[in-house]
Design a protein around this ligand. Structure first.
Ligand SMILES: NC(=O)c1ccc[n+]([C@@H]2O[C@H](COP(=O)([O-])OP(=O)(O)OC[C@H]3O[C@@H](n4cnc5c(N)ncnc54)[C@H](O)[C@@H]3O)[C@@H](O)[C@H]2O)c1
Length: 340
């Protein structure tokens, strides 16, 4: 049984379980309580009232207003962090350096609010031999299917990729950056333009901040593919979509990441117009396990955190490096090269 300490008592920590639109489990505590290998022994929140309400709601005995006391009393094997990302760095440092530090930390995305902090977080966990994981979308069925059919059906021969998502770079953009890195590998350079229109709030995102940048960018992968990444807060709806154009077809992910379509060249006839595409397969997320259920399964036996691990904080860091480069490029209006 893994003793868990949950840091943060908000929506992604657990309150999202009340959202009827979400398939369950859809939160940290939902995932741990649905899996027999975990025992959430305590919760900590900077807001004592939130902590108390959350602990009562999920039947957790340990409720703390001091994280060090929580670590000393619970001696957790896993600390799960779900607070606004500005605080991730400070909390990871405190947890990783504590005498009762856990074997592993699982932390919400984005890894942090600056590249320097992100690098320091990975370093402090390495120095203290704490396995460090970041929540991302790499275990999502449809993206694994996308990767599989890209290689199997289209020979992994992309010409370009167009990726679009809503909200800001820290709120949603980081998911797309990480997903693009998963499919096409590391990114060499970016050239970005900032979205200038001020947006104060978004109807579909409580985590969006007015100063979270949005960009329209060219991104060049080390494998030679140059793609387009467009991240905007100007829509009134949430979306997360991409299209991979290949020599022998294309793959489209639409419906906010829920539908995947494969198009391949048809057998041509005499007509030149017959050199076109036909839709071959459609995949939908239907009865698939939720991402959080998969994450709980993945972390049970996990004992390494290098880049072969889908949740590795090293991916979180490398994806943040791209985010940072996008911001610097949009500020300087120059191409920014990324040195991993
Ligand atoms: N992986 C995903 O798909 C996904 C989805 C939503 C949110 N997130 C991330 O999760 C984080 C939290 O989002 P949320 O929607 O749950 O926010 P929230 O505002 O609902 O909850 C955050 C909680 O953290 C507490 N808190 C704030 N500062 C703290 C500190 N220093 N120490 C302890 N507790 C503190 C707050 O009191 C609050 O209860 C954000 O960084 C966001 O980017 C990730």
């Amino acid at each position: 049984m893994k003793n868990v300490l949950l840091v943060g008592c908000g929506r992604i920590a657990g309150l999202n379980e009340d959202d009827l639109y979400r398939k369950k489990p859809c939160s940290h505590i939902g995932a741990y309580q649905a899996h027999p290998a975990y025992d959430v022994k305590g919760v900590f929140d900077i807001n004592p009232k939130s902590c108390e309400t959350f602990a009562n709601k999920f039947g957790i005995l340990g409720r703390f207003n001091n994280i060090e006391k929580a670590l000393s009393e619970i001696k957790p094997e896993l600390v799960s962090i779900a607070v606004p990302y500005d605080f991730n760095c400070e909390i990871v440092h405190l947890v990783a350096q504590h005498p009762n530090r856990p074997k592993m930390i699982f932390c919400e995305k984005p890894i942090s609010n600056s590249l320097k902090n992100a690098e320091n977080m990975v370093r402090v966990c390495e120095e203290n031999k704490v396995l460090f994981y970041i929540n991302n979308r790499r275990l999502t069925d449809i993206y694994n299917k996308l990767e599989e059919i890209y290689h199997r059906e289209l020979d992994g021969e992309a010409i370009t990729v167009n990726a679009w998502c809503s909200s800001g770079l820290h709120a949603i953009g980081i998911h797309m950056i990480d997903l693009l890195r998963k499919i096409f590998g590391d990114i060499e350079w970016v050239r970005a333009k900032i979205e200038k229109e001020k947006v104060n709030t978004l109807p579909y995102s409580t985590n969006f901040k007015v100063d979270d940048p949005r960009v329209n960018a060219h991104i060049a992968f080390k494998n030679g593919i140059i793609g387009n990444f467009f991240n905007t807060a100007l829509t009134t709806f949430t979306y997360f979509e991409l299209e991979v154009l290949c020599r022998k077809g294309k793959i489209r992910v639409s419906d906010n990441g829920n539908i995947l379509e494969l198009y391949k060249t048809r057998t041509p006839s005499r007509s030149t117009l017959s050199y076109s595409l036909v839709r071959k397969k459609v995949f939908k997320t239907q009865n698939a396990e939720t991402l959080f259920a998969k994450i709980a399964k993945e972390l049970v036996h996990s004992n390494y955190d290098d880049c072969d691990h889908p949740l590795s904080a090293k991916h979180g860091l490398e994806s943040y490096r791209v985010l940072d480069a996008l911001i610097r490029s949009s500020e300087s209006e120059k191409t920014v090269w990324i040195n991993g």
